[in-house]
Design a protein around this ligand. Sequence first.
Ligand code: DX5
Ligand code: ZN
Length: 213
Amino acid sequence: MVKIAPSLLSADFGCLKDELAAISKADWLHYDVMDGHFVPNISFGYSVLKDVSKVTDLYLDVHLMISEPMKYAGNFIDSKASSITFHYEAIEENKINEFINYLKEHQVAAGISIKPDTDISVLKPYLDSLDLILVMSVEPGFGGQKFDDRALAKIAWLAKMKEEMGYHYLIEVDGGINEETGKLCKDAGVDVLVAGSYIFGSDNYQEKIDSLR
Ligand code: DX5
Ligand code: ZN
């Protein structure tokens, strides 16, 4: 069954505890970190994550949209991240295996994300070792954008490789997810649906979570 990961980016930070309580029956909490450099927006960092971890039992799915993910990963691990996903475009190719191993040694799930314009085949050398692959279906940086359906072929390719080769990674999709686009992604073989504005922009979060399942 597909996992649902509400994206905290679209929550109301004036009443964060209530917002977290209202999504407590989801599966994961998607936590978007933006540095104003890798993406043209700034969100929240590891000290907020630590506070969030004290008031939710959800799996903490950290999506690092930052230029130096290796420099800060330890801070997010200390702040109780369950998984850490970094961008393929943000790191030198020859550091990727080292970073995946570092995350695993610290008992967090290791994820890579790719932007919409990046070819999925660049991840081939890492498929065997990754725990999570996050396919971006919008340009990273902002919630509320329209789903880019090039993500569907990437999801289908990852699902096929997983089945053929026996890989263990989960396939996650992020950006523009609602009931309709979520269904397309499920049909393509996705394991985790991230949704921000679709859930937090509604007046009944639980109903929206259920509609994605
Ligand atoms: C975008 C973020 C997403 C964002 C999704 O850069 O990575 O997680 O919160 O928001 P929606 O679901 O509104 O497209
Ligand atoms: Zn995200």
